[in-house]
Design a protein around this ligand. Structure first.
Ligand code: GLN
Length: 318
């Protein structure tokens, strides 16, 4: 057994008994998750997979999709045009906050919060809504190397209860960031939040970003390599919402969380990591997930700003 597999077993035993946090409960489907679920998957850029726990358990991707939509919006609009609509400043606010958008910036501060992701979704090209959804699903297929589908019951619930997102979309319309077809844009936003994934898929997607946009196994280019740097930059500064600063300090790699309990992390050039555990903290980040990433970073020297000799010990431990 590799050193990495042994360490994942140690982390699983250490954190499985931890029962802090709550299941997301704003829609009934998320509240049905099993609080016991815990999975860790790591995929190196050469396609080696090391994983443990419930890594085949399906759940909806939720906000982790924002990363990949941002990549697609960059491809569709280009860097400068997109920067004119959606900024790259961390907010320090909750992911669904309305206040700063209304009082200060008048445009989304970054694509990792809801306002920014609704705006990037509105920029995805396609003649009809179905063409745009199909392009999005096809993009996710390249990252996962398998067919992708939307959980329709989660989508319908998101649509029925997403009043804050509707408020954000109306403000974006008011500020001239999106155009009038708000319900179509929100449908696409809710559909991509409702894409079904498991922890293994998420690690593959993260490994694809670690590998300059090339899927480690299929070798398919999922996103243009020139944009990977932009995606990783906003993940690093904004991906963990109002925990992004502490995350950058303690873990030190680009990451993104979602309210269903997934977190992805990218070690550029080396690996993609995903943890899934549905008990979340008040900021919307998986509690076991954050701790496991802290331990992994410490053990294998992932912190990107740590230049100590022999820092990243990971590749020797596969
Ligand atoms: N569907 C959720 C929303 O838009 C996603 C939020 C999240 O994962 N942080 O509010």
């Amino acid at each position: 057994m590799s050193k990495l597999q042994t360490f994942l077993e140690f982390l699983y035993q250490k954190y499985q008994p931890l029962k802090f946090g709550n299941l997301a409960s704003y829609i009934p489907q998320l509240a049905k998750a099993n609080p016991e679920w815990l999975a860790i998957s790591i995929v190196s850029t050469d396609g080696t997979v090391v994983e443990i726990g419930d890594f085949q358990e399906n759940f909806t991707i939720q906000s982790i999709s924002k990363v990949f939509l941002y990549g697609m919006a960059l491809e569709d609009c280009g860097r400068e045009a997109l920067l004119g609509k959606v900024g790259v400043e961390p907010t320090g606010d909750p992911f669904d906050s309305v206040i700063r958008l209304d009082e200060n910036s008048k445009h989304p501060d970054n694509p990792m919060v809801n306002a920014g992701a609704i705006a990037t979704t509105s920029l995805i090209r396609g003649k009809e809504t179905t063409d745009r959804l199909n392009r999005i699903l096809e993009m996710f297929r390249r990252y996962m190397n398998r067919d992708v589908f939307v959980d329709v019951s989660v989508f319908m619930s998101e649509k029925a209860t997403g009043h804050r997102n509707r408020a954000l979309a109306n403000l974006l319309l008011n500020f001239g960031i999106i155009d009038h077809n708000i319900e179509e844009i929100l449908d696409l936003y809710f559909q991509q939040c409702s894409i079904v994934v498991n922890c293994h898929d998420l690690a593959m997607m993260a490994a694809t970003l670690a590998n300059r946009g090339i899927h480690p196994i299929s070798k398919e280019q999922a996103v243009q390599p020139d944009y990977v740097r932009d995606i990783l930059s906003v993940m690093y500064t904004c991906g963990m919402y109002n925990y992004a600063g502490e995350w950058a300090y303690k873990v030190g790699i680009p990451a993104k969380s979602g309210v269903s309990g997934g977190i992805i992390g990218v070690v550029p050039g080396k690996a993609g990591i995903a943890v899934f555990s549905p008990l979340i903290d008040p900021r919307g980040n998986s509690i076991r997930g954050v701790r496991i990433f802290e331990d992994l970073s410490q053990e294998f020297g992932f912190h990107l700003l740590d230049v100590s000799m022999g820092r990243c010990k990971f590749l020797d431990c596969l």
